[in-house]
Design a protein around this ligand. Structure first.
Ligand code: ATP
Ligand code: MG
Ligand code: FE
Length: 346
């Protein structure tokens, strides 16, 4: 079965083809980062218009790379939510139009389920059950994943998402949007002993997070410099920030592993591309005490941030597990707000 995946929830247009027998056939992606950079964040109307421009050329590219014709597609998966309404509508309308023209069924995919299952696209995927840390631009959640569609929320951020904390702190240091990768790069040049930022909720027994205080601490630190910050000053602040946020993320993962007794941890979402996070998690996973050891799985770097491959894959997994969820009702029905727990199968 060949599934076409369409992602358009925010500022990436992604199209991919996944074959349940042969795996990922192709994927094509366009990121709008450069377009939104001058505004310091995503401008929803511009995002929608750009998805309109990109979707069909990317579809052509994906089909060519996979060397298949449109009529060979068996089903179409598209991101139904959550995300920007206008942006989601573009992907949904392309899916509906193609579905109608080709007489193929559609399946609406939850964007976070796409992220959540993306590590299963790797060459050595984890098996169920596992704990997932979802760290993206809009979400920070720890979940227990028992099967496709079987998700239990263990904890989440009470305010900012991890990616948001990266981006906002980077902005305070004058770095361009989205600042996550840039502040992480800068941190590698910083002195870890100059700034000790708070580790919010590090010792709370639950699995929740809070990052808005950390962002405020960065702001306070920046304001304390009497003159403009030198490159080294900025690197030192960046280092303080990255060390603090990574400490919290890693500690909460360790608590989740301990509380559930599971031995596999999966990282998903854009912040999963972070080098410091990967290094610290790998160290925690190889703890000296064998009882505390676990395995960590990451998506391929290119599938950490938004992409079509994860949507095609999630679509294929759902079609195998819950074939009744695909239909030929080509009405537009996007869900800009859509809690993941509403997706869980009874
Ligand atoms: P959501 O999936 O919650 O709707 P999103 O789709 O915007 O949000 P992603 O595409 O998964 O989020 O990830 C984007 C985020 O990841 C941005 O906040 C970005 O700064 C962050 N990010 C990407 N690479 C890195 C990195 N190397 N280090 C830290 N953060 C990073
Ligand atoms: Mg994005
Ligand atoms: Fe995303």
């Amino acid at each position: 079965m060949i599934v076409l995946g369409i992602e358009s929830s925010c500022d990436e247009t992604g199209i991919a083809l996944f074959d349940t027998e042969r795996g990922l056939l192709s994927h094509a992606l366009h990121s709008q980062i450069a377009m939104h950079q001058e505004y310091g964040g995503v401008v929803p109307e511009l995002a929608s218009r750009d998805h309109v421009r990109r979707a069909i050329p990317l579809l052509t590219e994906a089909l060519e790379k996979a060397q298949i014709a449109k009529h060979q597609i068996d089903a179409i998966a598209y991101t139904q939510g959550p995300g920007l309404a206008g942006a989601l509508l573009v992907g949904a309308s392309v899916a509906c139009g193609l579905g109608m023209a080709l007489d193929k069924p559609l399946i609406g995919i939850h964007h976070l389920e796409g992220h959540l299952l993306s590590p299963l696209l790797a060459s050595e995927p984890p098996s169920f059950p596992f704990i997932a840390l979802l760290v993206s631009g809009g979400h920070t959640q720890l979940m227990r994943v028992d099967a496709v569609g079987q998700y239990e929320l263990l904890g989440e951020t009470l305010d900012d998402a991890a990616g948001e904390a990266f981006d906002k702190s980077a902005k305070l240091l004058g770095l361009a949007y989205p600042g996550g990768p840039a502040i992480s790069q800068l941190a590698s040049l910083g002195d870890p002993d100059v700034h000790q930022f708070p580790r919010p909720m590090l010792h709370s027994k639950d699995l929740n997070f809070s990052f808005s205080g950390l962002k405020t601490a960065v702001l306070t630190a920046v304001r304390k410099y009497p003159n403009a910050l030198s490159e080294q000053d900025k690197a030192n602040v960046a280092r303080g920030f990255v060390d603090a946020i990574i400490d919290v993320l890693v500690a909460k993962c360790q608590t989740a592993m301990k509380q559930t007794g599971l031995k596999r941890l999966v990282i998903a979402g854009g912040v999963g591309a972070n080098r410091q996070l990967r290094a610290s998690l790998n160290a925690a996973a190889n703890a000296a005490n064998p009882k505390k050891r676990f395995e960590v799985f990451y998506p391929e770097l290119e599938f950490c941030t938004d992409n079509g491959a994860m949507i095609a894959f999630a679509g294929a997994m759902r079609l195998l597990a819950y074939p009744e969820q695909a239909d030929k009702n080509y009405s537009f029905n996007v869900r800009p707000r859509w809690p993941l727990h509403e997706l869980v199968q009874a």
